[in-house]
Design a protein around this ligand. Structure first.
Ligand SMILES: Nc1ncnc2c1ncn2[C@@H]1O[C@H](COP(=O)(O)OP(=O)(O)OP(=O)(O)O)[C@@H](O)[C@H]1O
Ligand SMILES: [Mg+2]
Ligand SMILES: [Zn+2]
Length: 554
């Protein structure tokens, strides 16, 4: 008989439980040192190992030859529990036995010493389902549990438990399991099952399962239904991740204000019997992806699409203003509400799409605000760009002193070999240090888009700017990149041109000078005490400082 994967691969020892070290390590320590509580509470999201760990713990407290806190799996007790023949391990599903009588019966039974084992263990799953009366009855037992009884309560909804119960249990919180841990476990299990599972496919399943290993294993099981060679494609098909081309075209039509096209696409989808409510949801979640890309550094980890689809999404996110995206999500949400209230689905969807394509139709205060904002942005951009010296000095490259950068990184060291400080003095009347420039700089919010735009000139260069940010001070764009390679690349005049073009495309700044963002390096970052001491030494005063900040021993 076929046993589903998640049952077949339920871990039998703590060592096989993944992603919950805060639980397993602690329990193992308690078991090895014999500090065993009488009531445990396992909480946390679905499919993360609560029932699994409860079963392991029940075995471990009774195992005849505990190994490093794990049940041996070989002694008579371990084997008996595995077979289900040990009556002293009682699993109760509180969802179906939630009455006060069930708990009273349990209390009476608990008074008898166990037949075969050291401890009688009650695993009460879904404990939040108990009735008020049942909780009170349970409380009495928890207040004075017999020596030979251990309770393990498990629930996903800890907020439904009375405080009186909570305070009597040792509580363990099970976390959503990180995708890497899930992927590793899936790979291991696939191997054991003699199947092949590509690394990408394992990660995709992991991302789709939202931290629940049970869900991940169920999906893997379904994938095996198509064969033992599981690829990203298999996972996508099985999980019903339809191609997103039509969503991309719809978003394209909206962003380019093309109602004709948007309605054609809608019509085509309607004709192929696409449900319009489902379409609204899908379009909403497509817009959400655009929003995430625009606002988060690690959006890639959250959005479950192939790399190709992601590239398309990124491109679209670049050209879409955030306000438009958010407005789109709002509009879709209210269209959905109207559909649920009985509105004609097709008409509601079409109306929503037209509204999105033609924002000028919308006269709500929010819409007017959006339009004013857009105008303001447009008005601000050129002003931002105009700098007096730009025509005079041609491709004005002026001075940001080197600071602690690799030589030749910033605009000072332009290929023309001008005297950089001379240029700077001309332009600003005084030489400005990177620290001074950084101090007056404001964060350039559009920087992620600049890096995006840079991709169209050179994807590999753009990659060096992953995780970077930038600040603007006058016509300086000061870059803060974690990767020194970024600065090395910017030594090449051609790359600097590309970067400036990207900045222009996105921000409208006609020219800009590139430099490193170095807020208060060297001197100012020093401990003020240390600096004081240094100054004092310079002046020939001898000082003793205690840098540790600890009070002296006594
Ligand atoms: N942390 C984990 N390590 C290894 N396998 C796990 C883990 N969590 C879940 N699994 C797998 O998922 C299955 C279900 O896990 P389990 O029943 O312990 O989840 P649960 O937290 O009790 O979920 P629920 O809240 O739905 O009852 C297990 O049989 C096992 O195959
Ligand atoms: Mg469970
Ligand atoms: Zn054992």
């Amino acid at each position: 008989m076929y046993q589903v994967l998640y049952r077949k691969w339920r871990p039998k020892k703590f060592a096989d439980v993944v992603g919950q070290p805060q639980v397993t390590v602690t329990l193992k320590n308690e078991l090895t040192s014999g500090r065993i509580a009488h009531a445990y509470l396992f909480t946390g999201s679905r499919g993360t190992g609560k029932t699994t760990c409860a079963k392991i713990l029940a075995k471990a407290v009774n195992c005849l030859s505990l190994r490093d806190g794990d049940p041996c799996g070989e002694c008579a007790i371990c084997k008996g529990i595995d077979r289900g023949s040990v009556m002293d391990i009682v699993e109760i599903d509180a969802a179906s036995n939630n009455g006060v009588d069930n708990i009273r019966q349990l209390r009476e039974e608990a008074n008898f010493t166990p037949a075969e084992t050291k401890y009688r263990v009650y695993i009460i799953d879904e404990v939040h389902m108990l009735s008020v009366g049942a909780f009170n009855a349970l409380l009495k037992t928890l207040e004075e549990p017999p020596e030979h009884v251990i309770f393990i309560l498990a629930t996903t909804e800890v907020h439904k438990l009375p405080a009186t119960i909570l305070s009597r249990c040792q509580r363990f919180d099970f976390r959503r399991i990180p995708p890497d841990d899930i992927a590793r476990r899936l790979t291991f299990i696939a191997e054991q099952e003699g199947a092949s599972l590509s690394g990408d496919a394992a990660l995709l399943i992991a991302r789709l399962s939202d931290g629940a290993l049970r869900d991940a294993l169920s999906l893997l099981d379904q994938c095996f239904g198509c064969g033992k060679d599981v690829t990203v494609e298999t996972v996508r098909k099985t999980a019903g991740l339809a191609g997103t081309e039509y969503l991309a075209s719809l978003a394209g039509a909206v962003l380019s204000h093309d109602p004709q096209k948007a309605l054609e696409i809608t019509d085509g989808l309607y004709g192929s019997s696409k449900d319009m409510a489902r379409l609204s949801e899908e379009f909403s979640s497509y817009l959400r992806s655009l929003m995430l890309i625009k606002t988060m550094k690690n959006a890639r980890e959250i959005i479950t699409v192939t790399d190709d689809e992601y590239m398309l999404l990124e491109k679209q996110a670049l050209s879409a203003p955030l306000e438009t995206i958010l407005h789109g999500m709002d509009t879709m949400r209210s269209a959905l509400e109207k559909m649920h209230r009985g509105g004609n689905r097709r008409i509601e969807f079409e109306t929503a799409v037209i509204k999105l394509c033609l924002p000028e139709l919308d006269t709500s205060p929010q819409a007017l605000l959006r339009r004013i904002e857009a105008l303001e942005k447009r008005a601000a951009a050129p002003h931002f760009a105009k700098t007096p010296e730009k025509s005079a000095a041609g491709s004005a490259q002026s001075a940001i002193p080197q600071g602690n950068l690799p030589a030749g990184t910033n605009e000072t060291v332009s290929a023309e070999g001008k005297d950089p400080s001379g240029t700077a003095a001309e332009a600003h009347g005084a030489r400005r240090t990177p620290e001074e420039l950084a101090a007056g700089a404001a964060k350039l919010a559009e920087w992620p888009e600049v890096v995006q735009a840079l991709k169209s000139y050179s994807p590999s260069i753009a990659a060096a700017f992953n995780g970077s940010s930038a600040y603007v001070n006058g016509d300086y764009v000061l870059i803060d990149a974690p990767n020194e390679l970024a600065f090395r690349l910017l030594r090449e005049p051609r790359q600097r041109d590309n970067m400036r073009n990207a900045v222009r495309t996105v921000t409208g700044m006609e020219t800009c000078r590139l430099g490193p963002y170095r807020p208060g390096t060297a001197q100012s970052e020093k401990d003020p005490l240390e600096k004081l001491a240094e100054d004092a030494v310079k002046e020939g005063i001898k000082v003793i400082t205690d840098k540790s900040g600890e009070p002296p021993e006594n």
